[in-house]
Ligand binder design. Sequence first.
Ligand code: ATP
Length: 317
Amino acid sequence: EEWKDRGAAVALRKEVDAEGRTIIKSVKKGVRDFSFGRILGEGSYSTVYLATDRQTLREYAVKVLEKKHIIKEKKIKYVNIEKNTLNRLTDHPGIVRLYYTFQDETSLYYVLDLCNGGELLGVLKKTGTFDVECTRFYGAQILDAIAYMHSRGVIHRDLKPENVLLDDQMHVKITDFGTAKLIPAPGEEGSGQGGSHDDERNASFVGTAEYVSPELLTDKSAGKPSDLWAFGCIIYQLLVGRPPFKGATEYLTFQKIVNLEYEFPAGFPPAARDLVERCLVLDPARRLTVEHIRNHEFFDGQQFGKELWRMKAPRLR
Ligand code: ATP
């Protein structure tokens, strides 16, 4: 009963019939429709496989979650949040798309966009730091994806370079919506898991220490500005090679965050410094919004929207 989508997932496909009429066909997909290949990665509750749709030969990443393990670890809520959230975010190139979900006796399956380029964190570790051009490009793609998820009523709450995957074009695809929060999208009343009740249930700390916003630590509240705090941390990290707030323990990291205790190394680009300083503002109401950030001088001349996703990724430096 806990898993709402018993049976195979249904995909709707638009086709034109022999008389030239548009028809909608429903196509059921199940485990047997995919051939499973190598393991792409493992999480605490999941294994991600490369898989090929036998019919179309299209490759996907399939995340497999073992039901027993999820129940034992009390993660049912997170698994459902991830699915519900991804189902709201199906129309942006910067977000890992969920194509189908299905299940069998033992496991749940999420068929996702394949991200061959790995995690942004891995790429950053290889190069050490990014130059301004790369930081601007990846920053712009991350910001564009944040703008889209916020417009769809989704707050990610755990943005960090590990959750930014890269596809074969080395373009951004944000993942890991298991700790996201749904707020009613404009024109949509009180649906989903939004509302104050959700805040209470999620009052315990869920994100990653280094990127968590001060308001989550002090008021146990997280909204759109919390994602832009994390965005500021990511911009800093791309240019410096490490996040701005990092203590020996989680507690010490939290202390640094609530005291806004961080420094810019010598040579940090001035426009980027101004941007980071205006994102890393303790009061969420006084932090830059997505719109402000797009118009900040650090992004002068930068394309956003459709054009940004047609751009060739800069060579990593
Ligand atoms: P945890 O649950 O412990 O926080 P996680 O969130 O990274 O870990 P998953 O999202 O299941 O767990 O991902 C496990 C690994 O699989 C990741 O480290 C990532 O490298 C890889 N992976 C996840 N999604 C994809 C994808 N769409 N394409 C390619 N690789 C992926």
